[in-house]
Structures are given as structure tokens and as C-alpha cells.
Design a protein around this ligand. Structure first.
Ligand SMILES: C[S@@+](CC[C@H](N)C(=O)[O-])C[C@H]1O[C@@H](n2cnc3c(N)ncnc32)[C@H](O)[C@@H]1O
Length: 389
């Protein structure tokens, strides 16, 4: 039988070793609360624990306490306020479940906590680390309803603000793969309300001081008219919004960067095809819902997974994105797939990031092609747009 002290011990271990990445408390007993997230951060010489409670009225409540007080406090929360507490540490994951009757179950998947010096904790100045400075970029952020005129980000838009900043960080990592001079041509396909389009526009023009020709394309006429009016109002030279199907979009110029955030289902494949066809130097695309493979999957040896619909969806999500990665590799791209933002913010948090490399070994391309064809055959699927090349 596990006791309250066992919960305290887990928190003591991850906090004293500084291996705690975050603790997520969910399934609250108080129904006005959504969840609470606790993280360590450094302020000057002190290590503090930030406790961020999210309530159903879409507000976040912050409290910072000394790290030394955190084990008992977090254990009390796990014991008294939540059914489920998930602890993510550098040594692995630990789940604590407390039933309404007070029975405790601890599933500890951590490897042995290392006896070495405590891990470094990041300074707590998250706003400063954001690429977009909310105050400096208040004009477009307030015009799009993300912040007020002074650049104070609205609580309900904090997640969007984080998401576009993270997208910019992932772009910043591969910025050196873009042509270093001249006008950059950028296409945001399925741009929707275009938070991302404007963010990338400001990143390139104001932070990187580049001249750009940028297109935002989407099917929705009213949204495109709105984005176009914002662009003219903010005097965004070189930024144009076009209404139409991305399948038919022809930029008639060399394309350097293709971006896309949450293009639904096969719209992400159309984005990838566009990037390959236009030989875009860099592509950043975060897929949205996946449906195509769910309808097609026919792999008897995977039936033990596919018979559970949730698992089938996860399998199809992963296999679809893996095939997309192989397709890009077969077409000469170097590909990685980092996380966009925390899974707790959105399940659609994978980024397909690729840049064109002249140095790709032809053998690597042909291996990716073979792997694509073999995987598609094994899965019994014919992806909508195929391999290209
Ligand atoms: C989930 S929204 C994402 C919008 C935006 N990128 C964002 O993240 O806020 C998907 C958008 O894709 C657009 N869309 C889907 N298929 C499209 C297509 N074939 N051509 C152009 N736009 C498309 C929809 O109109 C919608 O605005």
C-alpha cells in the first residue's frame, strides 16, 4: 500500500535532483479547475517552483514557492485535489493516481535518479526568451486580438502566442538554410486568420531585416479579406493574401520558404507537394487531423493494434507523418520532426521540418524511396499524392 509519504518522496527526488521538467495535475475534484502545471525555474540564485492553475473560465493563476517547500505542497495537491498527477522528469515519467477513497497507485517509470550534481534550471524570464516581443510587436498582435495596445497578451490568446513563438524558434533554427541575400519568397498555405503569417512576416522583416514577398492562401473569402485589410492597415509591404484552393496556387516565382500550421488532413500533403514541386529551400508544416490512412489501412499483421480505434488513430497518425518524412527525404530534403508545443496545449503538436540539401547522397534518397514504397505496401495504403520525384 502506497502512502502520502511515497508521493512526497517522488516529488523530493525530482525536485532535489532538479530533474523535474513538469508535473501536470489533472482530473480535479474541484470542477471549476481544469488542471495545474508545476515547473522549476531559477530566479537569481534561488530555485523556485511555479504552480500554474488553469480554471474553466480560461484564466491561469500563478504562484511561485521556494523549491524546498514544493515536495510537500505538490504531494498535498496530488493527494487531495486531483485524481491524476503526471510527473515528467529527465529520468522518465511517473504517474500518481489517487482514488476518491484515498487509494494511491504510483506507476514509476523513471530510471534510477542519478547521484550527480543537480541539473541546471533555466532562468524564469519566458517572455524575454520569446522571439516575438509582445510590446515591440504590439501593433500587429493587438490588431489580431492577441494582445492589448501595450502588448499585454490576453489570457485566452496566451496559448496562440506561445504557439507562434515556438514556430518562430523552429524557423530560426533553420534560418541559415534560406538564401542569405535578396528578396525571400514565403508562402503560408492554409493560412486561416494568419496569426502565423504576420508573425513570420515580422520575424523576417523586422528581426532579420529581410525584404520579403509573402503570400497567405486560404479557401475562406471573408478571412482572406480581413487579413488583407489588416496587412494594408499595418502597411506590410510585400505581403498579399489570396483566396483560393492551394492545389491551384502558382506563385510564378522561386519559392524559398513554405509554412503551414494545421492544414487539415490531406491539405498537409498538398502543402508538401507544393514545397517539393517548387523546390522550396525550407518547409515547416504542422499537420492537423489525419483521416486518409484511417480509411485505407489494411495490414493484417497490425490488426492487434488497429482493432482499438484510439490506437488505430495513433498508429495512422504516426505512419502518415513517417511516410511524409520519407517522401521529403526521397526528394532531397533533410527532415526532422520536433514537437511544436506541449502536448497538453494541443495534440496536433508535431512539426515536419525540412530543408533542401544539395549534398544529399543519392543512395540516401533511393533508400528513402524504397522505404516509402515498402511501408505503403505493408500498410496496404495508397497515399493521395504519392511519392512525387
Ligand atoms: C485549422 S485551420 C488553420 C488555420 C491557420 N493556419 C491557423 O493555424 O490558425 C485550416 C485552414 O485550412 C484551410 N484549407 C483547408 N483546405 C484548403 C485548401 N485545399 N486550400 C486552401 N485552404 C484550405 C481552411 O479554410 C482553414 O482556414
Amino acid at each position: 500500500m502506497k502512502s502520502f509519504q511515497d508521493i512526497v518522496k517522488v516529488f523530493e527526488e525530482v525536485i532535489s535532483s532538479r530533474t523535474l521538467e513538469k508535473a501536470v495535475f489533472s482530473r480535479p475534484l474541484d470542477k471549476s479547475v481544469k488542471k495545474t502545471v508545476a515547473k522549476l525555474f531559477k530566479k537569481g540564485n534561488d530555485v523556485l517552483c511555479q504552480i500554474e492553475r488553469f480554471t474553466t473560465d480560461n484564466k491561469a493563476h500563478h504562484e511561485n514557492i521556494p523549491a524546498s517547500d514544493a515536495p510537500a505542497r505538490l504531494a498535498e495537491m496530488a493527494m487531495q485535489e486531483y485524481v491524476q498527477s503526471d510527473i515528467f522528469s529527465k529520468d522518465g515519467f511517473c504517474e500518481i493516481l489517487v482514488s476518491k477513497k484515498g487509494h494511491i497507485h504510483i506507476a514509476d517509470k523513471r530510471t534510477q535518479t542519478k547521484e550527480s550534481a543537480p541539473a541546471e534550471i533555466a532562468e524564469h524570464n519566458r517572455e524575454k526568451h520569446y522571439i516575438l516581443d509582445a510590446e515591440a510587436h504590439a501593433a500587429f498582435l493587438s490588431r489580431l486580438g492577441v494582445s492589448d495596445e501595450k502588448g499585454r497578451v490576453f489570457e485566452k490568446k496566451r496559448s496562440k502566442f506561445k504557439q507562434i513563438n515556438r514556430f518562430l524558434e523552429l524557423l530560426d533554427d533553420v534560418y541559415d538554410k534560406l538564401p542569405s541575400d535578396g528578396v525571400l519568397t514565403v508562402c503560408d498555405l492554409c493560412c486561416g486568420k494568419s496569426y502565423l503569417t504576420f508573425a513570420v512576416y515580422y520575424y523576417l522583416t523586422e528581426i532579420k531585416k529581410r525584404e520579403v514577398t509573402m503570400f497567405g492562401v486560404d479557401l475562406k473569402a471573408d478571412v482572406i479579406a480581413y487579413c488583407e485589410s489588416v496587412a494594408r492597415e499595418l502597411d506590410c509591404k510585400g505581403l498579399t493574401f489570396l483566396c483560393g484552393d492551394i492545389t491551384a496556387f502558382l506563385p510564378n516565382t522561386r519559392v524559398d520558404l513554405v509554412i503551414s500550421l494545421h492544414a487539415c488532413d490531406i491539405a498537409t500533403d498538398i502543402v508538401l507537394d507544393f514545397a517539393v514541386r517548387e523546390k522550396a529551400r525550407v518547409l515547416l508544416s504542422t499537420p492537423c487531423c489525419h483521416h486518409e490512412m484511417m480509411r485505407q489501412l489494411k495490414a493484417p499483421s497490425l490488426s492487434f493494434v488497429a482493432k482499438h480505434s484510439m490506437l488505430k488513430q495513433k498508429l495512422c497518425d504516426a505512419a502518415t507523418d513517417a511516410l511524409r518524412g520519407l517522401k521529403l527525404e526521397a526528394n532531397g530534403y533533410i527532415v526532422d520532426m520536433p514537437e511544436l508545443i506541449d502536448a497538453e496545449e494541443t495534440p496536433k503538436n508535431l512539426m515536419i521540418r525540412a530543408y533542401l540539401s544539395e549534398k544529399v547522397d543519392p543512395a540516401a534518397r533511393s533508400l528513402a524511396k524504397k522505404q516509402y514504397l515498402a511501408a505503403a505496401e505493408f500498410l496496404g495504403v495508397t497515399p493521395y499524392l504519392g511519392l512525387m520525384q
